[in-house]
Design a protein around this ligand. Structure first.
Ligand code: 26W
Length: 822
C-alpha cells in the first residue's frame, strides 16, 4: 500500500512518545480538554485524558488510511452488523499502536496507575454474544491485514443488560456505558441522513402513460447521525472506521403544536425518534416479531447505504462500478433489508432499471449465516413489513417474481420446493423470509465452520443451494490474537517470546514453534506457572466479588457463553450433581479437586434458560457448603459475564466446555480462545470443535457424544429418552434428585417441569449424551492426574491453533468473497 505523500512527515509525531512527553501531554489534555487540574481530577478524568492523548496519535494514521483508500481508488469493505461486542478499547488501542508500556510509565510519573484506570473504562456491550464479538474481532483484523473497511451499526445508548443474581435468579439491570461520555468517538452531525417509515408509494408516469418511477412518501422521518470510532490494527498500520448511527428527531420540537399550547405533545415526536437507538435487543435466538426491531434494522441499513452510495458517487460519479469498489457484507440477516434498500436507491433515486439494479446488488452483497436454529431465522409478517416499508414490500415482490421465474425455468423443483425458495412464506400467516432475501441478493453466502456450512447446504438453504449452486462457501470463524492472547495473557505471551522469539506476534501461526517444547520438562513447568498465576488472578476476583474461596491448584473447568438449551449448561450441571453423589458415596476414591465455573446471560424472556441459571446457583449453594465434599468440587457462577470477564476467565481455564448438541452450534469462538490460552477442550463434534480437533490432534482434545448425523438419525427414528434414563443409574439418580427438590427445599417443584422435559422429549439430547459425557470427564481426570501429560497437551493446543486467527479468516473473506487484495 502506498501511503499519502505527507505520511512521512507525520511519523515523527507518532514516534515522539517517550513517557515524559506523554506525561506532559496527559496533563495538557486534562487541562485543556477536560478543564480540570490535578487536584480535582477523578480517576475517570485521568482515563479520558489518557485516551485522548493516544487517540490523537491514532487520528494521524486514520486520516492517512482514509486518504490513501481514496487516492488509490481502493475497493472498500462495508461490514453491516446490528451488533459489535467490542468490550474495552483502551488496552487494545494502546497496545496495537505500541504505546502501552510508555503510557503506563507516563501515568506512573503522574502518580496514576494505568491498570487501575483501565478498569474504569466501560465494557461496550453492543452485542449479545458470538456474532457481535466476531464483528469486533473482524474489525480489528481488517485493520491489521490492511483491508480498507467501515463497520456500520447502531450506537445503542443501552447495550446488553447488566446481570445480577437475586437469590440465585437472574435480574436484568440497564447498562449505561455512556454515563461518562465516550472519549473514543467523534460525533459527525454533518454526516446525517433522513430515514423514512410508513406512508405511501406513488407511481410517476410519463406523458404517454408509461410507468417511469416510484416515489415513496414516508409518513415518518428520523435523522440518522453518525458517530465514528477509529479502529486501529496491530502495529497501527491501518486505522479503519466503526460508524454507529444514532437516531434523532428531524424536527426536535413541533413549534406549531408548542405555540398552540400542546407543550408535551410538541416534544413527543422527538422522543419517538430517539427510542429507535435506545436499547439493544437482548435476544440471541428469538424475536417475537417486534416492530421496533424491524425499525432498527431498516434504520441502520438505510443510513449505511445512503452513506455508501454517496461516497461512491462523490468519488466515481456513477453507480455502475459500485460492485468493483464496494463489498457490502451482511452479518446475518439482521441487515437483510439492505438488499431491498439498495434496489430502491438505485431504481427510485438514480433511475437505474430493475435488471441492472439487481445485477449490481447481487455483485455487491455477501451474506454470512450464523445459525440454523429455526426460531432464529428472521421473518417478518407481511402486513407489518408493508405498513412500515411499503416501497420495499413492492421490491421484495419484484425480486421474488424474478427468483421464482428462475426456479421454474430450472425445471428441477416441485411445488413444495418452489414454496421453500419463495421469499414469502405463504399461508394464513404470510411472512417475508429474510434469509431467502439475503441469499437471493448476494453472490456469496457463507457458513462459519465446515460442518455448519455443510448442514446449511443440506437443511435451511437446500433448495436455494440447488437453484444457485456455487454461492454457498465456508469461512471458519476466527478470533483476534491481540485481544485473546497478547493482551489477556501477558504471562503466556512473554513465555512464548522468551522461548521462540517475537515473530509470532505478527503471525500467530508461528506459535507452532512451541510444539516441540511440549516434551521439555523445564518449559512445561514454566507454562504451568503461568497458568497458575492466571488461575490465582481469577481466584482473587471470585474471592473479592463473591466471597467464595477457590483453590488455584484445583482443575478449573469453565463454561462461559450465552445460556441456551442447545449449549447444554444443563448437561454440565446434571453431571456435577452426579459427581457430587459419587464423591459422597465413594469417599475412598481418589477424586481430583475441581472448580466448575459458569458465566453467561439468559435472554430475559427465555424461561428455561433463566431456570437453568437458578439451578446452577441452587446446586452450587448445596455442594459448596457440604462438608462431605471436602472441597473436592465447587461450583461458581460469576454474574454479568462480558468481554472483560472473559479476558480474565479464558487464560485461567484448564478445561474448556464446548458441549452443544451436535449440529446446533454454528461454530463457537470461545472454543478457539480457550485453546489458544492452553486449555484442553471437552466437546462434541459440533461447529468449529471439529476443526480444532483436526488441528490439535485427537490426543489433545476430549471428544464425546453423538455426531450431528446421529442426532438427526435419533430424532427421525423416535428417540426415547426415558429408556436411556432408566438404563443409566447415575443419570436417573441425578435427575430425580433435582426434580424432587434436593436443591430447592424452599420450592421442591421448581425443577419438575424442566426435568420432565428431559424424560418426555429431550430435544437437546441431554440423556443420550450423558454417559459419554461422564466417561469423558473421568478421562479428563485421569489426564489431569498426570501433570506433565496434561501440560504437554495444553502446550500443543497453544502451538496448533494459530490457524483460528481472525486474520486468516479475514484474508479468506478478502480474497474469496470481497475480491480485495491482501
Ligand atoms: C433474531 C434474533 C437473533 C439474534 C442473534 C438471532 C440470532 C442471533 C445470532 C445469529 C446468534 C449468534 O450470535 N450466533 C453465533 O454466531 C457465532 C459467530 O459466528 C458462532 O460462533 C456461534 O456458534 C453462533 O451461535
Amino acid at each position: 500500500m502506498t501511503l499519502a505523500p505527507n505520511s512521512e512527515l507525520l511519523r515523527p509525531i507518532l514516534h515522539n512518545s517517550d513517557p515524559k512527553t506523554l506525561a506532559t501531554e496527559i496533563l495538557k489534555s486534562l487541562t485543556y480538554r477536560l478543564g480540570k487540574d490535578t487536584s480535582v481530577a477523578t480517576p475517570h478524568d485521568w482515563l479520558t485524558a489518557s485516551i485522548k492523548v493516544v487517540r490523537d496519535r491514532i487520528i494521524e494514521r486514520w486520516i492517512e488510511s482514509t486518504k490513501s483508500a481514496y487516492e488509490q481508488k481502493e475497493k472498500r469493505v462495508y461490514y453491516l452488523s446490528l451488533e459489535f461486542l467490542i468490550g474495552r478499547l483502551m488496552r487494545d488501542a494502546f497496545s496495537n499502536i505500541g504505546m502501552l508500556d510508555n503510557m503506563r510509565e507516563a501515568l506512573a510519573l503522574l502518580g496514576v496507575e494505568l491498570d487501575v484506570i483501565a478498569k474504569l473504562e466501560p465494557d461496550a456491550a453492543l452485542g449479545n454474544g458470538g456474532l457481535g464479538r466476531l464483528a469486533a474481532c473482524f474489525m480489528e483484523s481488517m485493520a491489521t491485514v490492511d483491508v480498507p473497511a467501515h463497520g456500520y451499526g447502531i450506537r445503542y445508548v443501552h447495550g446488553l443488560f447488566r446481570q445480577e443474581f437475586s437469590d440465585g435468579w437472574q435480574v436484568e439491570l440497564p447498562e449505561t456505558w455512556l454515563d461518562h461520555g465516550n472519549p473514543w468517538e467523534f460525533e459527525r452531525r454533518e454526516r446525517s441522513f433522513e430515514v423514512g417509515f410508513g406512508g405511501t408509494v406513488e407511481s410517476v408516469t410519463s406523458k404517454d402513460g408509461r410507468l417511469e418511477r416510484h416515489v415513496w412518501k414516508p409518513s415518518e422521518r428520523v435523522l440518522a447521525v453518525a458517530y465514528d470510532t477509529p479502529v486501529v490494527g496491530w502495529r497501527g498500520e491501518r486505522v479503519n472506521t466503526l460508524r454507529l448511527w444514532s437516531a434523532m428527531p428531524v424536527d426536535p420540537i413541533l413549534l406549531e403544536a408548542f405555540n398552540a399550547g400542546d407543550h408535551i405533545g410538541a416534544m413527543r415526536e422527538s422522543n419517538k425518534a430517539e427510542v429507535l437507538t435506545q436499547v439493544l435487543y437482548p435476544a440471541d435466538s428469538h424475536l417475537a416479531g417486534q416492530e421496533l426491531r424491524l425499525r432498527q434494522e431498516y434504520f441502520f441499513s438505510a443510513a449505511s447505504l445512503e452513506d455508501i452510495v454517496q461516497r461512491h458517487l462523490s468519488q466515481y460519479g456513477e453507480l455502475l462500478s459500485l460492485p468493483d469498489k464496494a463489498a457490502i457484507h451482511l452479518n446475518d440477516t439482521h441487515p437483510a433489508v439492505a438488499v431491498a434498500e439498495l434496489m430502491r436507491q438505485l431504481m427510485d433515486a438514480h433511475g437505474i432499471d430493475f435488471d441492472t439494479a439487481w445485477d449490481l446488488t447481487k455483485r455487491t452483497f455477501a451474506y454470512t449465516n450464523h445459525t440454523l436454529l429455526p426460531e432464529a431465522l428472521e421473518s417478518w409478517p407481511v402486513p407489518l413489513f408493508e405498513r412500515l416499508l411499503p416501497r420495499h414490500m413492492q421490491i421484495v415482490y419484484a425480486i421474488n417474481a424474478q427468483v421464482l421465474l428462475e426456479a421454474r425455468a430450472a425445471q428441477k423443483f416441485d411445488g413444495e420446493q418452489i414454496g421453500r425458495i419463495s421469499l414469502i412464506h405463504e399461508g394464513s400467516d404470510r411472512r417475508v423470509r429474510m434469509g431467502n432475501l439475503a441469499f437471493a441478493g448476494s453472490h456469496s453466502i457463507n457458513g462459519v465452520s465446515a460442518l455448519h456450512t455443510d448442514l446449511m447446504k443440506e437443511t435451511v438453504f437446500a433448495d436455494l443451494h440447488r437453484l444457485y449452486p456455487g454461492r454457498i462457501n465456508n469461512k471458519t470463524n476466527g478470533i483476534t490474537p491481540r485481544r485473546w492472547l497478547i493482551q489477556c495473557n501477558a504471562g503466556l505471551t512473554n513465555l512464548a517470546r522468551e522461548a521462540i522469539g517475537d515473530a509470532f506476534l505478527d503471525d500467530v501461526n508461528l506459535l507452532s514453534g512451541l510444539d516441540p517444547l511440549a516434551d521439555d520438562a523445564a518449559f512445561r513447568e514454566k507454562f504451568a506457572a503461568v497458568k497458575r498465576a492466571n488461575k490465582q488472578r481469577l481466584s482473587s476476583l471470585v474471592g473479592e466479588r463473591l466471597g467464595i474461596k477457590v483453590d488455584p491448584s484445583a482443575l478449573f473447568d469453565i463454561q462461559i457463553k450465552r445460556i441456551h438449551e442447545y449449549k447444554r449448561q444443563l448437561l454440565n450441571i446434571v453431571e456435577a450433581v452426579a459427581l457430587y453423589d459419587q464423591i459422597r458415596s465413594h469417599p475412598e476414591k481418589d477424586w481430583e479437586p475441581r472448580v466448575k465455573f459458569f458465566g453467561g446471560k439468559a435472554a430475559p424472556s427465555y424461561h428455561n434458560a433463566k431456570l437453568i441459571i437458578k439451578l446452577a446457583n441452587d446446586v452450587a449453594r448445596v455442594i459448596n457448603r457440604d462438608p462431605a465434599v471436602r472441597g473436592l468440587l465447587k461450583i461458581v457462577f460469576i454474574p454479568n459475564y462480558n468481554v472483560s470477564l472473559a479476558e480474565i476467565m479464558v487464560p485461567a481455564a484448564d478445561l474448556s466446555e464446548q458441549i452443544s448438541t451436535a449440529g446446533m452450534e454454528a461454530s463457537g469462538t470461545g472454543n478457539m480462545k480457550f485453546a489458544l490460552n492452553g486449555a484442553i477442550t471437552i466437546g462434541t463434534l459440533d461447529g468449529a470443535n471439529v476443526e480444532i480437533k483436526e488441528r490439535v490432534g485427537d490426543d489433545n482434545i476430549v471428544i464425546f457424544g453423538l455426531t450431528a448425523a446421529e442426532v438427526a438419525e435419533r430424532r427421525a427414528n423416535g428417540y426415547k429418552p426415558r429408556d436411556i434414563i432408566e438404563g443409566s443409574p447415575e443419570l436417573a439418580q441425578a435427575l430425580s434428585a433435582i426434580a424432587s427438590g434436593v436443591f430447592s427445599h424452599d420450592d421442591p417443584d421448581r425443577y419438575r417441569d424442566l426435568i420432565n422435559g428431559i424424560y418426555d422429549n429431550d430435544w437437546f439430547m441431554v440423556a443420550a449424551d450423558f454417559d459419554a459425557f461422564t466417561a469423558a470427564q473421568r478421562k479428563v481426570d485421569s489426564i489431569w492426574r498426570n501433570s506433565p501429560e496434561w501440560q504437554a497437551k495444553a502446550i500443543r493446543n497453544v502451538a496448533r491453533v494459530g490457524w483460528f486467527s481472525s486474520d486468516r479468516t479475514i484474508r479468506q473473506y478478502a480474497s474469496e468473497i470481497w475480491n480485495v487484495p491482501v
